[in-house]
Ligand binder design. Structure first.
Ligand code: PEP
Length: 260
C-alpha cells in the first residue's frame, strides 16, 4: 500500500531558533502517538520543507525519525555548479539530507517568473543527480478554472516539466496538484473536483511515462476542516500544506486526521 504523504511547506518562514521550538512541540506530540522507534503501522510519510537556511538544523532534529519523517527543499537550481549567484544545486541539498525537492511551485512560477522550460530542466537535474525525488507542482489559476480549462493547462505543465523522462524508467515522482486560486486563500477545492483532477493526472501519466512509484498529492488551503474529505478520495495520495503547517499543533492535527 502506498504511504500517504503529509508535507509541510514553510515557505519563507522560520529561523533555526523557530525550527527548534517548532519541533520541540511537534515531536512531543508524535512521541505520544507511538513508540518512537517504529512508525511502520501508520502508513504515512511526513515531509518537511523548511527554508534552505534551516535544512541542516531540521535534518539534525529529525534524524532519529528518518524512517517516516523526510526532508525536502522548497526549490533547487538546474545546474550542477558555477556562476549562478544565489542558487542552490541538487548536490548541495542532498548534502543537507534532502530526499525530496519541490519544483515548480506556483510562487516560483508567478512571482519569480520561472518558465515551464526551467521547471523541466530542474526535474531533469533531479533525476540526473539521483537520490532526490521531485515534488512537481502544477495547477491552474482562477480564470482557467472558470473556463473549465484546468485539464488542458495541467496537461501542458506536466508535458513541459516531464519531457526529459518521457519513455524512460523513473523510480519515483510526486505530483502536487495545487490550483493557484486555492493557495493561501482559504478557498480549498471541493473533494470531488480534486479527485477528478487527480484521476486525470494519473491517466495522463499512464501513457508515455514509466514511473515506478507515482503519488499525486493535493495542495491549497488544506486545514483540519477539510483534510478528512480530501484524503478519503482514492486518487488523493496526500497533501502539501502551507499556512496550516506553520503551527506544530495544527499540522499535527492534520496529520492525525489523515492517518487515523
Ligand atoms: C502551498 O503553498 O504549497 C500551499 C499549499 O499553501 P496553503 O496551504 O497555505 O494554501
Amino acid at each position: 500500500m502506498k504511504k500517504k504523504i503529509i508535507a509541510a511547506n514553510f515557505k519563507m518562514n522560520k529561523t533555526d531558533e523557530d525550527i527548534k521550538k517548532y519541533f520541540a512541540v511537534f515531536l512531543d506530540l508524535i512521541n505520544g502517538l507511538k513508540n518512537k522507534t517504529s512508525y511502520d503501522g501508520l502508513d504515512a510519510e511526513l515531509i518537511f520543507a523548511p527554508p534552505f537556511t534551516s535544512l541542516l538544523e531540521t535534518h539534525k532534529i529529525i534524524e532519529p525519525y528518518l524512517d517516516f519523517i523526510k526532508l525536502s527543499s522548497q526549490n533547487v537550481y538546474s545546474e550542477k555548479s558555477g556562476a549562478y549567484t544565489g542558487e542552490i544545486s541538487i548536490d548541495m541539498i542532498k548534502a543537507c539530507g534532502c530526499v525530496y525537492t519541490i519544483i515548480g511551485h506556483s510562487e516560483r512560477r508567478n512571482i519569480f517568473k520561472e518558465s515551464d522550460e526551467l521547471t523541466g530542466k530542474k526535474v531533469e537535474a533531479a533525476y540526473t543527480g539521483g537520490g532526490v525525488t521531485p515534488i512537481l507542482c502544477v495547477g491552474e489559476n482562477l480564470d482557467i478554472r472558470k473556463q473549465n480549462g484546468q485539464e488542458r493547462f495541467v496537461e501542458n505543465q506536466l508535458s513541459a516539466a516531464l519531457n526529459s523522462i518521457k519513455g524512460r524508467n523513473t523510480s519515483s515522482l510526486i505530483v502536487a496538484y495545487e490550483p493557484v486560486w486555492a493557495i493561501g486563500t482559504g478557498m480549498s477545492i471541493k473533494a470531488d473536483d480534486g479527485e477528478a483532477m487527480h484521476g486525470f493526472i494519473y491517466d495522463y501519466l499512464k501513457t508515455g511515462f514509466s514511473i515506478g512509484e507515482l503519488r499525486v498529492i493535493y495542495g491549497g488551503s488544506v486545514t483540519e476542516a477539510n483534510i478528512e474529505e480530501l484524503i478519503g478520495k482514492p486518487h488523493i495520495d496526500g497533501v502539501l500544506v502551507g499556512g496550516a503547517s506553520l503551527d506544530p499543533q495544527s499540522f499535527y492535527n492534520i496529520f492525525k486526521l489523515a492517518v487515523k
